[in-house]
Write a protein that binds this ligand. Sequence first.
Ligand code: NAD
Length: 329
Amino acid sequence: MFKVVILDAEYPSFELEERVLSEIGARLVFAQIGSEEEIIAATRDADAILVDYGPITRKVISALERCRIISVYAIGVDSIDVEAATEKGIIVTNVPDYCIDEVSDHALLLLLASARKLHTIASRVKNGASTWEFTPVRPIHRLRGRTLGVIGFGSIGRAAAKKAQAFGLRVIAYDEYVAADLFSSAGVRQVPLAELLVSADLISVHVPLTDRTRGMIGEHEFSLMKETVIFVNTSRGRVVDQAALRQVIERRRIGGVGLDVLDTEPPLPDDLEWIQSDLVTATPHIAWYSEEALQDLKRKAALAVADALSDRRPASVVNPAVCNRASEP
Ligand code: NAD
């Protein structure tokens, strides 16, 4: 009987996983743990791991005795040492398409909320403001005709661009790897990063966290942006140098900030002060969530495990070299 360890996942039920995996006779074992040693103890003899956050480090991977797949409940696989898994012949899978609508909606939500200063105006009403004036939140600018810069023109970036165009925003985008016709067919102008930073009125970040993107928006990049820019990040906190972001917020050298992701989640007590600034609208890494996305995520992550343990190639393999190697004669 296969042993499947579900690690670190805080979902209200695992019925879906149980249903999918009972068909291949797998036994589910649950573990909520913190230290590397505890993760090693829980996963050492697993045939498969289903993981939300992890992290699954090289040390954890080297201790795995018979694991065939690490299936990640996410699009981003930055919490897994994919290189170490590949060297050990372990398949890593993600679920690339479960929340494209939700995250792109959420990016628009944060862009609109920041641009329209929702947080400030709504709390004035809730707190019983004696006058309903617009002057305390001046200036708010019309969106139509302004420029949105999308950093990372993948599935979510493209979906966000399309929604932004419906608000009359002109969209420019930066992506190092996407074919030029994807920009032109979307009515989006492809630009270098520096041009995007200088010319955008609003910026939305949609790159994955990799060695190349870690800290890619730092002090220099913020210094290129307009002082009135609305900056939104729904990708991963560490794509942005948080100390540099904190500085522009504290100096009020930014028009507004919308964040669904932070360097450390939940934030450290030290970070609460800048997060509580009237310039910041923050949500708790929830952009992915809808009931439909949750079901889709759980079903597809479990199906990937069932496929791998049944010698079928899972739908979304992050390290295809492992499967190619396995199919070599
Ligand atoms: P995707 O792979 O379709 O798109 C990412 C794009 O970034 C790609 O087009 C890629 O070419 C580009 N890119 C990668 N490295 C780059 C670099 N160095 N410079 C410029 N462009 C680069 O992924 P997606 O589905 O659009 O998701 C994007 C990210 O959103 C995920 O990796 C994940 O971290 C994050 N995400 C967050 C949530 C949430 O709840 N907040 C949910 C899902 C995904």
